[in-house]
Design a protein around this ligand. Structure first.
Ligand SMILES: Cc1cc2nc3c(=O)[nH]c(=O)nc-3n(C[C@H](O)[C@H](O)[C@H](O)COP(=O)(O)OP(=O)(O)OC[C@H]3O[C@@H](n4cnc5c(N)ncnc54)[C@H](O)[C@@H]3O)c2cc1C
Length: 388
């Protein structure tokens, strides 16, 4: 059977693209080497931060806005909540550079994005932050940008729902089937797996941290980094309402940049713990080689360095950890484009630690790109350099 489109990788981006293609009536085959949602790539750990005032760059704002609309549509269709608007807070010393996801002024750029796109937000000074957020032990210099419409999304649920709906709409999904290679023959593409060679008019590759393996020519453009998520217990159950009802946050207290943390309110009940994490870019890995075990030393270091000084309601008892992978470009910019060497192949590598909030709209944009030749949202900021 020949398909209109094959999608390789059914994680955050591929499940969204497959759903949108099936919705558009396109004959689509989705292939994944694992069984998504799974915990081996970049789309697990229960929650992701979403914010419309995106400090990473103004080109991203239409994507997150459209993603919120799509998730609301999915919620209405399925009766399942994906997006929780609990508010989002970015905190950092106002006068100092805050390096994050390719910008050196993340707090200022967040405020600039809010202003440029008329996103509701409040600027808070150190006294205002201390009065309003007693759960945070501030270093003292921080200013904040609070976006009430920001919040969290459920990544595994979004993947599951989009795949289910895609199948209901006629998509063919094959999981546990690894793509070994592909070729663009000009008039069509072929995709090779251990058991068959599939023909399609076009191919979308959304392989997350496996991108270097699936598209070797893009290997020099990305590095893969191990990230650890921690869920810490409360010291005292009486603190639960305080830790349950706050915003998601991205917080650089202003000392060593490695003390930057981000976290979530305790949306999964007192037994679920408070999810806190930080980012690391020093150690490069691959999905095959990554150490998926989190050592007691890592937990203790995280607690002593980042949690105990800043989140006094949390104890050192770590209820759970998870290892997840960032696929990072040099400037943290997404890559979404046709492959210059294979124009029937569209690649999307939107991670660098900030992709999930845009995933539903990226799926729609990928579907538009292969069906009508252009995406309604301008993706030119994410173009690959021309071949040669
Ligand atoms: C710890 C962590 C925290 C994050 N926090 C946030 C956040 O708060 N907010 C935010 O917006 N973003 C965040 N992100 C980024 C976001 O989660 C990612 O951008 C997004 O999940 C990437 O999705 P993906 O579809 O590209 O990759 P994945 O979901 O990993 O999907 C890739 C899929 O391709 C499949 N595959 C790979 N190779 C093959 C092959 N050869 N054949 C067939 N299938 C294949 C894999 O099995 C996998 O299912 C975070 C990421 C991590 C790791």
């Amino acid at each position: 059977m020949r398909y209109d489109v094959v999608v390789v990788g059914l994680g955050a981006m591929g499940s969204a693209a497959t759903y949108q293609l099936a919705k558009a009536g396109v004959r689509v085959l989705g292939l994944d080497r694992h069984r998504p949602p799974h915990n081996l790539g970049s789309t697990h750990g229960d929650t992701r931060i979403t914010r419309v005032a995106v400090g990473e760059g103004l080109a991203y704002v239409p994507l997150v806005r459209r993603s919120h609309e799509i998730w609301r549509e999915l919620e209405q269709q399925t009766g399942t909540q994906i997006l929780t608007r609990c508010g989002g807070l970015v905190l950092a010393p106002a006068a100092r550079g805050f390096d994050m996801h390719g910008t050196s002024s993340f707090l200022a750029d967040t405020v600039a994005a809010a202003q440029a796109y008329d996103v509701e937000h409040q600027a808070l000074d150190p006294a205002g932050l201390a009065a309003r957020f007693p759960q945070f032990a501030l270093a003292g210099e921080e200013h904040g940008c609070l976006e009430p419409g920001a919040g969290l999304v459920r990544p595994e649920l979004a993947v599951e729902l989009q795949l289910r709906l895609a199948r209901d709409l006629g998509a063919t999904l094959a999981t546990g089937e690894q793509v070994l290679g592909f070729a663009d023959h000009g008039s069509h593409v072929t995709v090779r797996t251990p058991t068959r060679t599939v023909e399609a008019a076009q191919l979308i590759v959304t392989a997350g941290p496996w991108l270097p393996e699936v598209v070797p020519e893009l290997a020099p453009a990305v590095t893969i980094h191990r990230q650890v998520l921690f869920w810490f217990d409360l010291r005292d159950p009486a603190s639960y309402p305080l830790m349950r009802n706050g915003p998601v946050y991205i917080w650089w207290p202003g000392g060593d940049p490695s003390e930057m943390i981000y976290g979530f309110p305790m949306v999964d009940g007192p037994a679920g713990g408070a999810k806190v994490a930080r980012e690391q870019y020093d150690v490069v890995t691959t999905p095959d080689e990554v150490d998926r075990v989190v050592g007691a030393d890592e937990i203790e270091e995280m607690y002593e360095r980042c949690v105990r000084p800043r989140l006094p309601a949390l104890s050192g008892r770590c209820l759970r950890t998870a290892v997840c992978l960032y696929t990072v470009t040099e400037d943290s910019r997404f890559l979404i484009d046709r492959l210059p060497s294979a124009p029937n192949v569209v690649v999307a590598s939107p991670c660098s630690g900030h992709g999930f909030k845009h995933s539903a709209a990226i799926g729609e944009s990928l579907a538009q790109l292969v069906t009508s030749g252009a995406s309604a949202i301008d993706l030119s900021a994410f173009a690959l350099p021309p071949a040669g």
